[in-house]
Design a binder for this molecule. Sequence first.
Ligand code: AMP
Ligand code: ZN
Length: 137
Amino acid sequence: MAQDPDCIFCKIVAGELPSLVVAEDDRTIAFLDVNPATPGHTVVIPKDHHRDLLTIDDDVLAATTATARRVAALLSDRLDAVGVNLLNNCGAQAWQTVFHFHLHVVPRYASDPLTLPWVPAPGDRDEITATHATLTA
Ligand code: AMP
Ligand code: ZN
């Protein structure tokens, strides 16, 4: 199994750091976040070390996503969550702080304080078209 000795999530996989595991299979593990955005906020990781979304193998990503969906169902069922946010931060600018790929599964409750991190507003049509041209050139 590919591990990084300096990675805190690899240490959780190895049992060298404590964690509160809520789901596990041969390739993935899910444990409660120590800084929960809401009660039940869970981090789902592959047991192998992959730095981020851009470097993880497709099959490992699929396995991690499948576990995240199982966790979403668990949180909805046991904690009576009325919604779930699935979040991945890729890169320091995008709020990634632990560089071992993970999905945040954040259960949502009717009265929780979370808000969208951006204010939706119509974009500039020409700018969107130019971005599309760049992406499809
Ligand atoms: P990110 O900012 O997307 O890289 O998320 C990393 C997450 O891991 C944060 O929400 C941290 O609260 C969480 N975290 C860091 N160390 C631990 C730990 N030892 N056990 C559980 N969660 C952790
Ligand atoms: Zn790691």
